[in-house]
Design a protein around this ligand. Sequence first.
Ligand SMILES: [Zn+2]
Length: 155
Amino acid sequence: MRHKGWVFDALGWTLTRADLEEGAAKAEAGYPEEVCGLALGPAQGPGIDHWVWIANVHPDPGRAFTLHEQEHLRALMRADALNLAVKVLCHSHIDGPPTLSWRDRAGAVRHGIEVMPAVLHLIVSVHEGRRGSWAVHRYDPRRAEFVTRDGDGLW
Ligand SMILES: [Zn+2]
């Protein structure tokens, strides 16, 4: 479902080409380490107002990511101050597909509850420094599973 530049426009899948571009450019710049960040936007209605990139402090940053705790907290406080919600958690995968790893799943859902409720998980693959495919994942609490939309390499 696409129109007016929205890559997805139903059920809150509201990423634009500009959003994808932001993620892809950051992912390429961070290669060969995974980058991670949050996109903030109004809780009601579509759209993203701010991207906040957060340092990846995972000890093996080429294979996984961990948000820097203080930077993450600052991002949440900024969202709160601007009355915005966290709408996207974006990270990159290095020389691999944009599928959720077991670490990604474990970090997103704990004991059946989303750590960041209703957030879209955008993963951008980077191969040898260049953007590859991407996918958006969203947790469906009723089905207790992730739903995925692949980007088909569309940029
Ligand atoms: Zn991942």
